[in-house]
Design a protein around this ligand. Sequence first.
Ligand code: SF4
Ligand code: SF4
Length: 288
Amino acid sequence: MIISVASGKGGTGKTLVATSLALSLKERDNVQLLDCDVEEPNDHVFMKPAFTRSEVVSIPVPKVDEEKCTYCGKCAEVCAYNAIAVMKQKVLIFPELCHGCGACSYLCPEEAISEEEKEIGVVESGYSGGVGFVHGTLNIGEAMAPPIIRQVKEHASHEGTVIIDVSPGTSCPVVEAVKDSDFCLLVTEPTPFGLNDLVLAVETVRRLNIPCGIVLNRAGVGDGKTEEYCQKENIPVLLTIPLNTEIAGFYSRGIPLVEGMPQWKVSFLELSDKIREIVNERSSDTER
Ligand code: SF4
Ligand code: SF4
């Protein structure tokens, strides 16, 4: 089963939930934690994994042979990402905008475009206690997170439980990380900002046709509007974590919640049971 842990906005406690869920489940299942928040991966701070493998991630970017080029402009026309500009006697490539789709080299009538690999980041894998751990890191200044996310996800095991920590927001990297999940856990806080971004995250996950549920973190600070929204939209609130200085203290020292306060393991195991129930119910509905 693949469970993605996402949030409409940053700082809601996604890392706390992903790491504690992985550490609680490892006692009864094969567990892998994939940190796909490649712009700012921080699960390793809590999991302290021993890495055994490192892979460079690169994408093919175009290189123009100006001796063959007639400056016809076709490559700039086909590039959906404005990564090529053709001047009178010069072709300019903007590698940081290039998605490596290959359309320009395929469609160049003069076969003037070849491709060269450009390194955009790294994927590291290893173990943390009994948990398989993989994370990706996008190089500073690079914008292309999806290829790194795809490479992190290639490590997903087909057995046991895979937990994917997704970057905050609702953009392409989020879709890339969440798609193919059996369930998406949305972590939110009960504030107007939290609710605003939660609504957007729910819309995204629903478009992907993935069932979702809520973890309400820092409960007690809000006005009840998030709970009202969840009820109205029929989205289950599967776990509530109160606003608590002890919890915040462990988090600020890089200690997973279930290690600092082991009594929380039961709640995370119950959370996983509820997710499994929803996923099983949904697959039996689909089979009918
Ligand atoms: S499509 Fe090929 S020939 Fe035309 S401008 Fe681009 S590189 Fe030059
Ligand atoms: S490979 Fe794709 S994204 Fe990159 S410059 Fe060519 S057409 Fe644009």
